[in-house]
Design a protein. Structure first.
Length: 217
């Protein structure tokens, strides 16, 4: 049986315990991936005494197979970064998925991302010249985290660390090519992220916004 976290709050505290080198570091900003990474990041930030904010991300799911990402969008520092899994896009187009369907998915997710930009506080933390510690509740494919890494890099982050309580071996391997990665648990057989938590409630905008508002000076 794999490691099980009680909830995102406990997972964040465990994650912080594995990152003592970042405690009270003035050159480090901790950013949770919205929405699921925000409560994990909030708990970690409290332990590590770090500034806490968010990176807005949206997965681009294959029509009919929404859990499989062909890419992702991320917003940081006034920029939207688009990251595509081009080999996967080529394969699904060969298998009959129309480009227009993929364009429709991207347009819909971009609109949702921009809607959240208008609502969410804590999304414009200054990362230039700093270490960006990016936190999510789990890394299934790593697509949204990879987009978040590129987004904070484009905003001038000096270095980036991706951290999550649990992740797939494939996602960890892919991300390690572009940044430092910490996953507390890398199961040999990865299931849905929520299967590694006893309590994995669906977060609303209000839940995420409330946590971010509490972190603002």
């Amino acid at each position: 049986m794999g490691m099980v976290f009680e909830d995102r709050d406990e997972a964040g505290k465990r994650l912080a315990a594995a990152l003592p080198q970042f405690r009270e570091r003035p050159d480090t900003v901790l950013l949770g991936l919205a929405r699921g990474g925000i409560p994990v990041a909030a708990a970690a930030a409290e332990v590590l005494h770090l500034p806490f904010g968010a990176v807005l991300v949206r997965k681009l799911g294959i029509p009919g197979h929404d859990e499989t990402a062909f890419g992702a969008l991320a917003y940081s520092g006034g920029r939207i970064v688009r990251l595509l899994n081009r080999p996967l896009v080529a394969r699904i187009l060969e298998n009959g998925v129309r480009q227009a369907w993929l364009d429709e998915v991207e347009s819909r997710e971009r609109d949702e991302l921009l809607r959240r930009v208008e609502k969410y506080p804590g999304i414009n933390h200054e990362v230039r010249g700093k270490t960006a510690l990016l936190v999510d509740d789990g890394l299934a494919t790593g697509a949204t985290m990879r987009a978040a890494v590129e987004a904070v890099r484009s905003s001038g982050a000096a270095s980036v660390v991706a951290a999550a309580p649990v992740g797939s071996i494939e996602a960890e391997k892919s991300l390690s090519r572009v940044c430092d990665v910490l996953c507390l648990h890398l199961p040999g057989k990865f299931r849905a992220v929520g299967s590694f938590y006893r309590h994995f409630d669906q977060l609303t905008d209000d839940d995420a916004i409330g946590l971010l508002q509490g972190a603002q000076p």
